[in-house]
Structures are given as structure tokens and as C-alpha cells.
Design a binder for this molecule. Sequence first.
Ligand code: GRF
Length: 202
Amino acid sequence: KRIAVFISGSGSNMLKLADACEAPAFPAEIVAVMSDKPEATGLTKAAARGIKTLSFPRKAYESKQDHEAAMLDALAEIQPDFICLAGFMRLLSGDFIRAWEGRIINIHPSLLPLFPGLNTHQRAIIAGMKVAGCTVHFVTEGMDEGPVIGQAVVPVLPGDDADALATRILTVEHQLYPAALERLAAGNVWMENGKAVFPGDA
Ligand code: GRF
């Protein structure tokens, strides 16, 4: 399966997906890495691996609609089977998501439905959580509320600050995302009637 990865920053999750795709038996290949930030260091790292990269600087477009139209046009050319959002920091419009619903996934650094949005680690600590983690989910119109494909859990330790917790979670993100992508690309999870469906589900 052909995968386009959207990033806005370091792209550590994208790089782990790229590593996983290098295994011959892995059912996916990354055909493009796209970013809304031309300076995203993940673009340089992807290009160094010979992956096609494209950037769509938000300020180069009159409107969000034009910005998304440019990305949709590029996707029509590249024709990925799935889109993986990985540290992509823009909210995609309903039109964009409807065009890709069921074929676009995201990794979010919390155990959804807890802590959608930003500053998830600080919020988990303030809430007194004893566990935290990350979620890979199908992207739907609402922010961070699509059907869950997989989750990974880590302990919140005494004395943790947001950075310590973020570092611990990032480690399990890097295992969860490739595993979730393999399941999706292999057809072992799909989205139906707004739900994630797994083979063997009743
Ligand atoms: C990670 O915490 C990820 O969960 C969130 O963006 C952060 C940075 O990801 N989506 P990356 O290093 O750019 O992959």
C-alpha cells in the first residue's frame, strides 16, 4: 500500500514508519512526506532516504481552502492509499476529511478520549493520572475523536514533568504507529459506519 505522511516538525514518528516500511514483508511503502512547514527537519530526513517530499507553506496560500486544495491536488497526483498524520499541527477541514475518511489516520499523545487537543502531558499530570499514553485513530471531522485503532500505555511516575512524560510516551508512539499502520495496510482494520472494525468482530 502507498502511504503519504504529513508532518509539521521533527517527524520522529514518520521516520519510524519509514524504518518499518523498509522491511520487505511490511505491507506499505511511503511514497511522499508532506509538510505545512518548509523548514520541518523531517522533510530533510525523508529526502535523505530518497522519499519524495513536498511542502505547502500556509502563508503561500490566500485561504485555508486554497492551502488544502494544493495538498489535495498533490494527493491526486501521488495517489496514496492512506494518509498518516504524524506531528501534523493543522486541523484539516471537513471537506478534506470527507474526501479521505477511512483512509486517514493520526497519532495523538494521550489515551483518547482523555485529553484531546494540546498540552496533553501537562494535563495528564495535573489531573493526577497514574497512566498515560498515545492513540492511533481514524481521522474524522471532530478533533482527536475518530475511532481508535490502537493505544499504548506508560506509567506516570512521581516527579514527572511534561517533558519526562512526553519522552516516555514518544518511545511507545514509535512502536504503536508502525504496528497500527501494518494492521491498516494489511486490511486488518477498517472504518465502517463511523467505527473501527477488526476481522473477527461480531
Ligand atoms: C508527538 O507527540 C506526536 O504524538 C504528536 O506530535 C508529536 C511530535 O511528533 N502528534 P513527531 O516527532 O514530529 O513525529
